[in-house]
Design a binder for this molecule. Structure first.
Ligand SMILES: *[C@@H]1O[C@H](CO)[C@@H](O)[C@H](O)[C@H]1NC(C)=O
Ligand SMILES: *[C@@H]1O[C@H](CO)[C@@H](O)[C@H](O)[C@H]1NC(C)=O
Ligand SMILES: *[C@@H]1O[C@H](CO)[C@@H](O)[C@H](O)[C@H]1NC(C)=O
Ligand SMILES: *[C@@H]1O[C@H](CO)[C@@H](O)[C@H](O)[C@H]1NC(C)=O
Length: 902
């Protein structure tokens, strides 16, 4: 390590240049830490399986150690040994959320206190403790039985090591000389359809205009279903990218010529990484640079400063006195990523940082007493109390945000109840909390971490309907708003409320290993609504209905069928019989020639209502015939395989797949003996092709359920069915009521996902698409966003840092938005976009944050209002509008009369 004098010189340099950095050694296997039902979608089955076999040794039970323990136990490793030798101190209360005041008072050991509380997070993980000293004399051979060793608060010995000093952190990973990463990107490869492949050396693959291939040179792809150049089917070729829509694949000159169809998929090739030893990295660290606007050298300076601190610790067996330590911390502030402007800190006396024997000592050493008090006085509104919410509340508790005695408060709201699938990510919740409200439960758990916190928990949704509760006076009592939401619509709404009430907003979100944070500050930055994310890609209606080409299409089709059959139709049925008192009255009115809305569909449903199991099976059999045979026959009737488009090209060419009707097979092992008997008795009407129009325009929307007038034949049919139903006494109140379902993906016993999986697989078979298993179907149909606890903890931590900056009143330059992907790993900080100011005329501007107020009185006329604007702003109003209504436009005849109106 560099000697202390060098370090001093380096620190001077930091001071001069005001560069601000944190350095992080991150690596792929930083990922080691997660699991939850949604985590399976992030890591895949084999990684989940490997993790469930792994034992981890984790040393150091400070704030960092307990955070890691939480994440890996939620992740579901096989066993964790928590190692620590220290006693609980008051200082720990500010960082370790599992240590309580009584533990300090009772002088308990940290590891003994923390162990049962960590173990409670996941009953499947074996958690035990170790108290043995770890030093140069320790025989480390016992570590062999662990797959992963994580050291925090340790002197620099080995392996996987991370530390936090104030706001500076270090992570170092050593996975040895050869570490194979099976999935170097973590992205699920998409099927890309082929437009053409040239017969050449090298041959060039072009893909459809609307779908760039997204490949990088050197990556490999596998080909499938290629017509003509069939030798390519199943073969893997390395791609050299030529353009976003084309790449070459080596010699194709001797292959058959390309005819039509086919697609390719990226093949994941494992990549081997070499990890240098700690000694090598200490001398010449490879740094992950999060902020490209700052030079790398300042990160190295922090590295040097941390090494110097360790040298001091080694020589004196303690950290420097707080005064010196705080200078160190201040210097690191200077150097930190977070760009905390040193102004306020410089003007503070060292006493600001001295310990006072309370739980905030550690925090105080970083940010000073005045700032701690500011945090305690805060009034914060947090919208949502799920995964991000739980992590945020923990951070609030540790930072002392919203303490009752300072008349601060954290108000949280979430209408949701705690579900089983929440438990492995939302770490404030335990099995005995199931079906309790998230917000009140989280509030209680937060007070458990910090009893002085004032948490007001609501069960409301934040939306226009609750504007009487979350009204302007509510917002004006707040310092800032934090979102912990999982959807764009709610974010947009909260953002609009923050803009009109001029309140700062801290937003964040995660998707799998990716996360982002965004800081929105009145008068300084743009707002969330200033940028629009690309809209979610919608599957064209005709693709869903007739031309599926990938499994997503068949899954969505099955999901729509579910909604229509089990939700929409029964609801319509109930609504009809609520409007119409009895079947007899309906019959009379229909006989009199009245056409009642949805009567035809309702009577059809009624007459087909099965009363026995056999009838249910018969209906299912007919549905099979309809969807998987007749629809296919009909399509092929309308568009025979040799159909050509106007330009002479084939109608059935990629991405369109011609369907193959499926013959129902009684011999299929799925049809049990009992069912066979019933099934063989079902009468299948003969198929007659219809001359009907099939939508092929991809831009066409799903037609509205237009109320077509009933044909007289349909009317007669409906009346007949109704008469029969009445005469056979099938119009009892029970018969006139159905129970609509509500789609619920998480209850495996309700059959919902099973229905969708089966329906989608059959349709996939019809169209020769590779079917998806139940898990994949569930993810796509349930629109499940993959999630892991570590990414959530990371965004919540980043938001907490921005919160400190907003509260400290630091300037625009200090704020950072962040995007990261822990899987690659990428970690990028950017400045938020500055607010756009539109000039009106010299020195008068307006932005989204402006709200100009004119105070009137009871008899205030439009004319007086306009005068007031002229006077106050020196502007000539050219028109007056209210919402979309024009109140006064000078050229409009009659508007001049309105000037006198109040
Ligand atoms: C593919 O490209 C070749 C050469 O440009 C062209 O002759 C051929 O018609 C194309 N084939 C198809 C199916 O578009
Ligand atoms: C390649 O795909 C085409 C089109 O689907 C198919 O007709 C052909 O049998 C396939 N050939 C091989 C070798 O798989
Ligand atoms: C705003 O809402 C609060 C309750 O949250 C209510 O007490 C207050 O009267 C409301 N203020 C106005 C102006 O509607
Ligand atoms: C934003 O600027 C306006 C006009 O300059 C000012 O009145 C308002 O107080 C500012 N808002 C905040 C939150 O600083």
């Amino acid at each position: 390590p560099p000697s202390p004098p060098t370090m001093a010189a380096d620190l001077m340099e930091i001071d001069d240049s005001l560069y601000r950095y944190v350095y992080l050694f991150l690596s792929h296997t930083f990922l080691i830490s997660f699991l939850c039902s949604r985590q399976r979608y992030v890591l895949g089955d084999s990684a989940m399986h490997q993790m469930a076999q792994s034992s981890v040794f984790l040393s150091g039970m400070g704030g960092l150690g307990v955070e890691i323990a939480k994440n890996i136990v939620l992740a579901g490793v096989k066993a964790v040994t928590l190692h620590d030798t220290k006693q609980c101190e008051t200082w720990d209360l500010g960082c370790n959320f599992f240590i309580h005041k009584e533990d300090v008072f009772n002088q308990r050991r940290r590891v003994e206190v923390v162990c049962p509380r960590v173990a409670e997070l996941n009953p499947y993980v074996h958690v035990d403790t170790s108290l043995c000293p770890l030093d140069d004399n320790t025989d480390l051979s016992f570590l062999r039985k662990y797959q992963c060793v994580i050291l925090t608060e340790a002197r620099l010995i080995s392996l996987h090591l991370c530390d936090a000093f104030g706001i500076c952190v270090r992570v170092f990973c050593d996975f040895g000389e050869e570490f194979e990463v099976s999935d170097p990107t973590g992205e699920e490869p998409k099927e890309i359809f082929i437009q053409n492949i040239s017969q050449d050396n090298p041959g060039v693959v072009t893909c459809m205009d609307n779908q760039p291939h997204g490949l990088q040179t050197g990556q490999s792809v596998i080909f499938r279903e290629v017509g003509g150049m069939e030798e390519l089917n199943g073969s893997v070729r390395q791609a050299t990218v030529l353009s976003p829509h084309s790449f070459s694949i080596g010699d194709t000159a001797h292959l058959h010529s390309y005819a039509h169809g086919g697609y390719f998929v990226l093949v994941k090739t494992p990549k081997t990484f070499r990890f240098e030893t700690l000694e090598q990295q200490l001398y010449d660290p490879q740094l992950l640079i999060p902020d490209f606007s700052k030079p790398e050298v300042s990160l190295k300076n922090i590295h040097v400063a941390m090494l110097a601190l360790e040298t001091f610790q080694e020589q004196h067996s303690r950290l420097p006195n707080i005064g010196y330590f705080c200078i160190f911390v201040s210097l690191c502030f200077l150097a930190s990523t977070f760009y905390l402007i040193i102004g306020p800190l410089q003007s503070l006396s060292p006493e600001e940082f001295l310990p006072r024997g309370d739980r905030y000592d550690a925090l105080r050493a970083c940010i000073g007493e005045s700032m701690c008090i500011e945090l305690q006085k805060l009034r914060v509104f947090m919208v949502g109390c799920g995964a991000i919410g739980c992590e945020m509340l923990k951070n609030f508790a540790l930072l002392g945000v919203g303490l009752a005695r300072s008349s601060g408060e954290v108000c949280i709201t979430d209408p949701d109840l705690i579900e089983k699938s929440n438990l492995n990510r939302q770490f404030l919740f335990r099995p005995h909390h199931l079906q309790k409200p998230k917000s009140t439960t989280a509030a209680e758990a937060t007070r458990n971490i910090n009893p002085d916190m004032q948490v007001d928990a609501h069960l409301n949704k934040v939306c226009p309907a609750t504007e009487s509760i979350y009204n302007d006076s509510f917002y004006s009592g707040l310092n800032l708003v934090v979102t912990a939401l999982d959807n764009v619509e709610a974010r947009r709404y909260v953002d609009s409320r923050c803009v009109s009430n001029q309140r700062a907003l801290l937003d964040s979100g995660t998707m799998g290993t990716k996360g982002h944070t965004e800081i929105i500050v009145p008068n300084l930055t743009e707002s969330y609504n200033s940028h629009r994310d690309p809209p979610e890609e919608e599957i064209p209606f005709c693709t869903l209905k007739s031309f599926p080409s990938v499994i997503e299409h068949t899954i969505q089709w099955a999901r729509d069928k579910f909604e229509n059959a089990f939700v929409h139709k029964p609801s319509m049925y109930n609504a009809f019989w609520q409007t119409h008192s009895s079947a007899e009255v309906v019959l009379l009115r229909m006989q009199a020639g009245e056409s009642l809305e949805s009567s035809f569909q309702v009577i059809k449903l009624m007459s087909r209502q099965p009363s026995q199991w056999e009838q249910c099976i018969a209906i299912a059999r007919l549905k099979f015939e309809k969807y998987f045979k007749r629809k296919a026959l009909q399509l092929l009737h309308s568009f025979p395989l040799d159909t050509r488009l106007k330009d002479g090209s084939l109608f059935w060419q990629s991405p369109k797949r011609p369907p193959t009707p499926i013959e129902f097979d009684l011999q299929d092992p799925l049809t049990s003996i009992k069912l066979s008997r019933i099934l063989s008795e079902v009468k299948i009407p003969e198929y007659r092709p219809l001359e009907k129009c099939i939508e092929t325009d991809e831009t066409a929307k799903k037609p509205d359920q237009v109320k077509l007038p009933l044909s007289s034949e349909e009317e007669r049919e409906a009346i007949l069915h109704l008469e029969q139903a009445i005469s056979t006494d099938r119009v009892t109140p029970e018969c006139l009521r159905m129970s609509p379902l509500q789609f619920e993906k998480d209850d495996d016993s309700n059959g919902h996902i099973d229905f969708i999986t089966a329906a989608s697989a059959l349709r996939a078979k019809t169209y020769n698409i590779e079917p998806a298993d139940r898990l994949k179907t569930k993810r796509i149909a349930g629109k499940i966003i993959p999630a892991i606890a570590t990414a959530t903890a990371a965004v919540a931590g980043l938001v907490a840092l921005e919160l400190i900056k907003v509260v400290g009143g630091y300037g625009f330059e200090s704020f950072k938005n962040c995007f990261f992907n822990l899987a690659i790993p990428v970690f990028v900080l950017t400045e938020p976009a500055a607010v756009k100011k539109t000039p009106i005329r010299n020195n008068i501007y307006f932005s989204i944050w402006d709200c100009w107020t004119i105070f009137g009185h009871e008899d205030f006329t439009l004319s007086e209002f306009m005068n007031a604007v002229r006077e106050k702003y020196g502007l000539e109003p050219t028109m007056v509008v209210h919402g979309v209504k024009m109140l006064y436009v000078p050229v409009m005849p009659g508007h001049s009369k309105r000037l006198k109106v109040t």
